[in-house]
Write a protein of this length. Structure first.
Length: 182
């Protein structure tokens, strides 16, 4: 009888220690403290960032080519950005056009759906994955009188989707917003 008690006393402390180690491991895993972040950072080449991040020095022409969108000769104030994402990349292209040329430009894109006008800005809060704020511009959905359409999804080549939005800036110009997912 004394022998089984001794075994019981030895077995329970070992079991308790094992459970304590398991619990500590689970807690560390839940808090994200894996201790391997330093090892991951060390294995990444210098200057490489974890997505999402914006590529530096991307030209308007490069983004327009990737979006398969010709920039009209009458366009001005063109801006572009390229965001590397976890799975998909975001491409932004925007420029001003004389308002009388916008309908012709939109028709040339051959959108898959009709261009729809929305008089009232989107009232909800949204955080776009690739925001136009990166280019110093408001989101098209936050503007009154916006016209927008899906140009293609899927598109040709590596482009997964392309969306267009147009906002009247003044009596003579409209801003075209193009957002692609690559």
């Amino acid at each position: 009888m004394s022998r089984s008690r001794t075994r019981g006393r030895i077995r329970y402390p070992a079991l308790s220690a094992g459970l304590a180690l398991l619990a500590a491991g689970l807690i560390a895993g839940c808090t994200g403290d894996t201790g391997s972040e330093t090892a991951q950072d060390a294995s990444r080449p210098p200057g490489r960032q974890m997505p999402p991040y914006w590529l530096e020095g991307v030209s308007v022409e490069t983004v327009a080519q990737q979006l398969q969108v010709p920039i009209p000769a009458s366009a001005s104030e063109a801006k572009a950005a390229y965001q590397k994402g976890f799975q998909d990349d975001g491409l932004l292209l925007t420029f001003l056009l004389p308002s009388e040329t916008v309908d012709g430009f939109l028709a040339g894109l051959k959108p898959q759906e009709p261009v729809k006008a929305r008089a009232v800005p989107f009232a909800g809060e949204s955080t776009p994955v690739a925001p136009f704020a990166h280019l110093g511009l408001p989101e098209p959905d936050s503007l009154p009188g916006i016209r927008k359409a899906q140009v293609c999804a899927p598109c040709k080549g590596d482009l997964d989707a392309l969306h267009v939005a147009v906002a009247q800036v003044d009596g003579q110009h409209s801003r075209v917003y193009l957002k692609g997912i690559d």
